[in-house]
Each structure stands twice: as structure tokens, then as C-alpha cells.
Design a protein around this ligand. Structure first.
Ligand SMILES: Nc1nc2c(c(=O)[nH]1)N[C@H]1C(S)=C(S)[C@@H](COP(=O)(O)OP(=O)(O)OC[C@H]3O[C@@H](n4cnc5c(N)ncnc54)[C@H](O)[C@@H]3O)O[C@H]1N2
Ligand code: MOO
Length: 391
């Protein structure tokens, strides 16, 4: 058995990032940069007005000002500002030479045709200075960055319309178990519906990966081995649900050994997910999670995501918040790091959700996150700060 932190370290150590490719800006969401991105220009590229108003000299604020011209965004000023002069200027337009201030239109009044005056005591400069955000050749985004909307706007602003990113892994998934039927089918008296595949495909979709679903595989070793081989041939990563513990039909570890995979770990001191398998063979990866839906959900959040992101060249660090628990909490066994579903109330206190164990996926519909109870800890007292990973 190894700890969660050892397992995470192992996943990162044993995973090599995929090749690079050039993609369109419109396809960048959730992809990972394979090169630093430099700016091809300073931003703003010129002294830019932050307001609609009049560009003038700060030293002339108490004077009546002659209006020279109108400067629209996208056109350059033609006249310099001299003493007791100004130009009407729009937000985003170039500030003319000689001006050090833009007074807001709301803070002015017309004195007579062609002259205005400032009606307040003082003002900020209301000018965004050339290069104050980014200088030409600055590194604006670094290799390994996972691209969110805010990164895509920076790529757009520096003209990086075809970034170099790491290839996304082709991810296959199967559900093992003769008791499983698909959601559209009515289970007979000894069957249940396949939950995990649909849950996992959604978890993958959330991080930008469209998984390749190969269906339910019955508990036959030969059939399972055949499907696993096919998935591995056609994909970079195979994520398996079920068949990893110690039951008569839990073939997965044995099959992986027969297929000459190196099994890095098989058991974790984590609850749920005691039996979780990570195996590799020359650029191919298998992650097998326990069949209980909560175990599958949690292990994908804890280790599966780190694996997928690692293949894409990104070192994943989830957002974990530290918040006070709303009540006393106790547990009996302390030998595993445990995750339980929790919700947050309006005061941002952590409330454990009623939860019966790793088959009880319904409990997660109430949950905002999962709370960690470290190994060796058997209780939290009301108000104590706990760690919550958002889901
Ligand atoms: N003797 C022991 N038995 C078990 C142990 C143990 O340590 N010793 N661990 C238990 C724990 S904890 C878990 S979790 C499960 C893990 O078992 P497997 O990964 O081999 O999974 P299965 O046996 O195939 O299934 C477990 C459970 O989940 C249901 N299931 C399976 N697949 C799906 C699916 N796609 N969608 C919905 N539900 C699924 C399955 O019917 C079982 O009820 O082992 C315990 N046993
Ligand atoms: O390993 Mo099981 O997933 O602890 O519930």
C-alpha cells in the first residue's frame, strides 16, 4: 500500500508528455502551452485615453480651454496640445502630444462655441501609459500553462493566433462487470446500471477531453483482455472502472501483467479507492479505478486528472480551500486518508453531507466539494479549519 502523495508522485514521475502540435486560437481552451509566448508589441501600444473627455495639460485645469479637434479610437491625433488647449478624445484613442491628462466629459461644460472648462477641483490622469501592461518581447505566458479564457485573451492581444501546445491524449474507457447494463436498459433482478462510464466521460469533458467509450465488458478474462488490448492499441490512456479488488472476477491487475505492463501501484491508503491501479508500457498508460461510483469519481479527481494533465505537459494543482467545519465530526478508523462529500453554507462553513459510503453517489449531488480527513486524524471539532477540494 502506498500513500496518496506517493501515488501522485509516481503518476507524475512515470508519465511523459505527448508531442507538440500547432492549433488555432479557437481550439485552445484547456490545452497546455508547449512554448513560452512572447509579446510582439508593447501594450498599450501608445498612451491611451481611459475615458471619453478632453485631453489637456494638468497645469491648465482652472483655465477655459480651446478645443482643437476630435480624436476617435483608431485614428491618430493631428495636432499637439499647447497651453490652454485641449482635444475632444474617445476612450481607447491615442493621447495627443503635449497632453498629460484626460478630463471626463461629465466633469466639463461648454463655455462658448469651441471652448470648454473643467468643473471639478482635481482629476486623475486617466491615461494608460504605453507599455504599462506588457513590453515588447515580454514573456506573457509560460510553457506548461493550461489555457483558460483569460489566457486566450492574452494570446489574442499579442498576436499568437497559432500557439504550440501539447497533443491531447486519446483516452479510452471501459466498464467491467457482468452485473452492468446501460442507462437506457432496465436491469434484471441481479443487475444495476452502468454509472461510472457516463460519470467519467463527463469528468473528462470538463477538462476538455472527449473520451472514447468502448462499452461494458462482462467478467470474462479473455473478453476483458481482448478489449483492453484493443483500447491500448488505439489510445494513449485507458481508464477502467471495476475489477481491481480481490474478488474472483477481479482480473484487471493480472491481465495488465500478462500484457507486460509495469504496475506502479495497486493499493492506496486512501478511502475511497483502496484498490486503484496505475500501469505503464512504453508510452501507454492504464488507470483502473474501483467499481463503486464514488471511488471512481474521487480517484479520477485525485489522480486521474493529474495523469491526464501530465500527458498534456501541465503540472496540475487543484484549488483547495481551507474553511471552518460547521459541526463536530468523528470517524472510527484512521488508517487511510479519507474524502467525504461536503457542502458550503452561506457563511462558507463546511457541512458534511449525509453519506453512506462509496456506492452512495446520490450524496454527491448535494456536494460542493470533498473534505480531506488525513491519516491518523479521527475527529474535527466545530470551527476547526479543514481542507476542501472543489468538485
Ligand atoms: N475482500 C475484499 N473485498 C472488497 C474490498 C477489499 O479490500 N477486500 N474492497 C472493497 C472496496 S473498498 C471497493 S471500492 C470494491 C472495489 O471493487 P472493484 O474495483 O473490484 O469493483 P467491482 O467489484 O467490480 O465493483 C464494486 C461495486 O461497484 C459496482 N460497480 C461496478 N462498476 C460499476 C459501474 N460502472 N457503475 C455503477 N456501479 C458499478 C459493483 O456492482 C459493485 O457493487 O471492492 C470492495 N470489496
Ligand atoms: O476502495 Mo473503496 O473505493 O474504499 O470504497
Amino acid at each position: 500500500m502506498i500513500t496518496f502523495h506517493e501515488a501522485l508522485k509516481t503518476v507524475k514521475h512515470a508519465t511523459t508528455k505527448l508531442d507538440r502540435e500547432i492549433i488555432d486560437l479557437s481550439d485552445c481552451l484547456n490545452r497546455v502551452l508547449a512554448e513560452d509566448v512572447l509579446s510582439d508589441m508593447s501594450l498599450p501600444p501608445f498612451n491611451k485615453s481611459a475615458m471619453d473627455g478632453y485631453a489637456c495639460k494638468q497645469s491648465d485645469l482652472s483655465e477655459n480651454l480651446e478645443v482643437l479637434e476630435v480624436i476617435a479610437a483608431g485614428s491618430a491625433p493631428t495636432l499637439n496640445i499647447g497651453e490652454k488647449q485641449c482635444s475632444r478624445i474617445m476612450t481607447g484613442a491615442m493621447v495627443p502630444e503635449g497632453a498629460d491628462t484626460v478630463i471626463m466629459i461629465e466633469h466639463t461644460e461648454e463655455v462658448d462655441e469651441g471652448h470648454i472648462r473643467f468643473t471639478k477641483e482635481k482629476t486623475k490622469s486617466n491615461i494608460c501609459l504605453k507599455g504599462e501592461d506588457i513590453l515588447k518581447n515580454d514573456v506573457v505566458l509560460t510553457k506548461g500553462t493550461r489555457l483558460k479564457a483569460q489566457h486566450i485573451s492574452v494570446l489574442a492581444s499579442v498576436g499568437c493566433s497559432s500557439p504550440v501546445v501539447y497533443r491531447q491524449p486519446k483516452v479510452a474507457t471501459i466498464a467491467t462487470g457482468s452485473e452492468l447494463v446501460e442507462p437506457q436498459d432496465k436491469p434484471n433482478k441481479s443487475q444495476i446500471r452502468n454509472v461510472n462510464s457516463w460519470q467519467l466521460l463527463a469528468q473528462l469533458e470538463k477538462i476538455g477531453i472527449t473520451g472514447n467509450y468502448y462499452g461494458i465488458v462482462a467478467d470474462s478474462k479473455e473478453a476483458t483482455k481482448e478489449v483492453i488490448s484493443k483500447c491500448i492499441d488505439e489510445n494513449d490512456l485507458l481508464i477502467i472502472s471495476g475489477g481491481v479488488s480481490v474478488g474472483e472476477y477481479d482480473y484487471i491487475p493480472q491481465i495488465l501483467k500478462e500484457l507486460e505492463f509495469n504496475i506502479w501501484f495497486h493499493t492506496l491508503t486512501v478511502k475511497p479507492g483502496k484498490h486503484t491501479v496505475f500501469a505503464t508500457r512504453q508510452g501507454k498508460y492504464v488507470f483502473a479505478m474501483p467499481g463503486n461510483p464514488v471511488s471512481s469519481f474521487v480517484q479520477f479527481e485525485l489522480l486521474g486528472k493529474a495523469l491526464v494533465f501530465r500527458l498534456m505537459g501541465h503540472d496540475y494543482h487543484p484549488a483547495i480551500v481551507r474553511l471552518p467545519i460547521s459541526c463536530d465530526y468523528k470517524r472510527k478508523r484512521i488508517d487511510r486518508l479519507e474524502y467525504i462529500p461536503v457542502r458550503l453554507n452561506a457563511n462558507n462553513q463546511v457541512i458534511p453531507v449525509d453519506y453512506h459510503g462509496s456506492a452512495h453517489i446520490n450524496a454527491f449531488t448535494q456536494a460542493d466539494g470533498i473534505m480531506a480527513i488525513p491519516r491518523g486524524v479521527d475527529e474535527f471539532t466545530e470551527g476547526e479549519f479543514v481542507h476542501v477540494r472543489q468538485i
